[in-house]
Write a protein that binds this ligand. Structure first.
Ligand code: HEM
Length: 463
């Protein structure tokens, strides 16, 4: 906590600058410059945005379920689909562009100036972020290999789309400023390009406007997508928790049509209740930001948990390890499982998934042991957006469907066609894989697919 609040401790901007594909962004600057960027992006998260996040997330989930029907409701890689849904919601909120689930190849542009549609360019860039970060811009278009060529085309298209959209907003900036509901792009362009009534806000260069839009797309895409992906897997291995969510979703939403579900009442009830607790517990065990960097610009005294002080020399690099802090067994009691069983299940953290601990304590904003959205001035500005999106997706899915693990024919055969034993074996294997197959670098992901299946809650076909 001290590292998020001491004024001598800052973000090591030199380490973060690789994100600056267009120009400096809120994530790569410090001091007064950061305050200015932050004020500008905060305009994008105004109250009119949140109901749109809610509605778009519900719409995207409904259409995704239709898409999954084509695969008989087997979802091979939950995380991939959930990252896609997060991107679709971002496209809706940021650009008022509705992405659909068609294969990318089929959504080409009708405009000769571009090689791909805006949704396609967004998708390609997000899938090739690594290429974009490590390749100098001048080299990107010259390398004759497909990933570089594809990324370069998407990068050029995306830049031109953004510039065109920015120019359109500036042409009608008076009209846009008085709109009740603005896209993220409109809010940032207006706040960052014109002199607002707030004299403390300095205009940003067009490169920084583009950079901030892109940075927020990145920050809001894998984070929410990964969390939802892990939440689906955890609910599949913990059917009791899933039942509790479904019970709550039924109580809160009843038989009302989705068009009546509201962000003011329904979202708030679900976020405060067990569904919000499931998401908080998922963020504790599989946090999408595994660590962040900080550095101190002057000698700094920090205190450990026993109260002892430590003097840290200036320019020390700190790795704030979210993953370790959120799983420290001295803070977070483990589930009561015999050590033999725990060893057999590879000491998987999935065993310790227990949302109940959050039901009454989650709203504590200054929790010293768990801060999934950060602490201090750099707290995540997308927190409300992410929470609304994640609650909307899970509520829409679990209202009519249950999530279960996929029992393969081989396992069923090996278990002598006994479905109960096969289910147990599949669950144990999934719990092991939720430890063994998890790769945690800067962010976290399953290395290999762990499929799930949706089953209609009101179907009677389950064996
Ligand atoms: C589950 C979802 C999310 C989680 C867990 C999360 C977590 C975080 C954390 C921990 C930080 C602080 C990093 C630090 O202290 O250095 C942060 C910063 C940030 N997040 Fe999020 N985030 C999520 C979703 C989003 C979304 C949806 C957006 C925007 C659309 C977003 C935009 C940002 C930005 C712009 C920053 C940098 C703020 C600054 O440096 O002032 N995040 N996020």
């Amino acid at each position: 906590k001290q590292l998020f609040t001491l004024h001598t401790v800052q973000v090591p901007v030199d380490l973060i600058r690789f994100h600056d594909i267009w120009g400096p962004t809120v994530g790569s600057v410090e001091g007064q410059e950061w305050k200015n960027h932050r004020k500008i992006i905060n305009y994008g998260f105004g109250p009119s945005t949140l109901p749109i996040v809610w509605e778009e997330s519900i719409h995207q989930t409904e259409t995704l379920i239709d898409r999954w029907a084509r695969d008989e409701f087997v979802v091979k890689s939950p995380r991939t689909w959930m990252s896609r849904i997060a991107l679709h919601v971002i496209a809706g909120i940021f650009f008022d562009t509705r992405m659909d689930w068609k294969d990318t190849e089929s959504s080409n542009t009708n405009n000769d100036s571009y090689t791909s549609s805006l949704p396609n360019a967004i998708l390609t860039i997000m899938l090739h972020l690594g290429v974009l970060f490590v390749t100098p811009r001048w080299l990107l278009g010259k390398l004759p290999f497909e990933p570089f060529q594809k990324t370069n085309k998407a990068f050029v298209d995306f830049t031109n789309y953004m510039l065109e959209l920015r120019a359109k907003v500036l042409e009608k900036s008076d009209e846009v400023s008085t709109k009740r509901s603005r896209t993220m792009l409109e809010s940032i362009v207006v706040a960052g390009s014109t002199n607002l009534s707030d004299p403390t806000v300095q205009p940003l260069s067009k490169e920084s406007i583009l950079g901030n839009i892109f940075f927020m797309m990145m920050a809001g895409h894998e984070t929410a997508g990964n969390t939802l992906g892990f939440a689906l897997l955890l609910l599949a291995v913990h059917p009791d928790s899933q039942n509790q969510v479904q019970q709550e979703v039924d109580d809160v939403l009843g038989e009302r049509p989705k068009s009546d579900w509201s962000v003011e009442t329904d979202y708030r009830a679900l976020q405060k209740g067990y569904l919000g607790a499931v998401l908080t517990e998922t963020l504790r065990l599989y946090h999408p930001v595994q660590f962040v960097w900080r550095t101190n610009v002057a000698e700094t005294t920090v205190y450990d948990s026993t109260g002892d002080s430590h003097v840290v020399p200036a320019n020390t690099l700190f790795c704030v390890n979210f993953a370790a802090a959120f799983s420290n067994p001295s803070t977070w009691p483990q589930a009561k499982i015999s050590s033999a069983k725990r060893a057999d299940l590879h000491f998987s953290r999935a065993l310790d998934f227990n949302p109940t601990k959050w039901v009454h304590t989650r709203e504590v904003t200054d929790n010293p042991t768990h801060w999934p959205f950060g602490q201090g001035g750099r707290t995540c500005p997308g927190k409300a957006m992410a929470q609304i999106e994640m609650v909307a997706v899970l509520a829409t899915l679990l209202k009519n469907y249950s999530i279960e693990l996929v029992i393969t024919e081989d396992v069923l055969k090996a278990c002598g066609d006994d479905h109960r034993i096969a289910r147990e074996r599949t669950r144990d294997d999934a719990i092991r894989r939720l430890e063994d197959d998890v790769e945690a670098n800067l962010t976290i992901a399953m290395l290999k697919d762990l499929p799930i299946r949706l089953r209609g809650r009101f179907d009677e076909t389950s064996p």
